[in-house]
Write a protein that binds this ligand. Sequence first.
Ligand code: 5RP
Length: 262
Amino acid sequence: MGWGIQNRLAQLIKSDGHCLFLPVDHGYFQGPTRKLEEPSKTIEPLLPHADALFVTRGVLRSSVDPGNTKPIILRVSGGTSMAGKDLANEGITTSMEEAIRLNASAVGISIFVGTDYEHNSLVNLAKLVNEGERYGIPVMAVTAVGRELGKRDARFLALSSRIAAELGARVVKTYWCEDFETVVKGCPVPVVMAGGPHADTELEVFEFVHDGMQKGAIGVNLGRNIWQNDFPIAMIKGIRAIIHEHASPNEAQDIYESLKNN
Ligand code: 5RP
């Protein structure tokens, strides 16, 4: 691995080998997602507690202070919307030149295995990796499931994650699921977990994050279950304790409870 890629990965993944990425990229196909309507208001208070921000160039340029930020993972795929026919029909929307200009530490792209656009999205990933490797920029692949949340089982996620790694992704973002160890074991590059839609309880989130870490994930790329919570700072601190301080789910819940009214 070249020095540039190693250095960029070291900015994203902390010295304990773990990471807490904060995704705020949802608007690129969902529009003004609940509690992300004004991105800067969501991002600013949470940024000190995140290891990196996953964001599009539009929100980065408009809503993140360049003098006071964290490493950036730039979302570079898109071109679809919730109102359109098929979320899977994404292309590459942001050039590698732009990623370099914006001083991104990595770029992120979704792949849509099992859809009509599987081939396009996988070839896009491979092309992005070719370019990223040329300039020392790691690629994070996002194993998307579109609207079909039922697809979040170990067999499907292991398939998608392994393919992403085989095509050269340096990090794979996937969902936690039952038998998550199958996903991690079959994926020869680091795996981070997304959160998915807002869960019913905080403990549910702390439990799956903890379970995923025990089963080999290096961290999370977790958005809505942090910033759609009524107490987002308490939530991110609870999750951070699991990722970087080996807290149990109950300890994370205690942190959440003690901070939420402050
Ligand atoms: C949106 C994404 C998000 O980055 C990813 O889904 C993580 O966010 P959340 O925890 O809210 O699911 O790729 O397309």
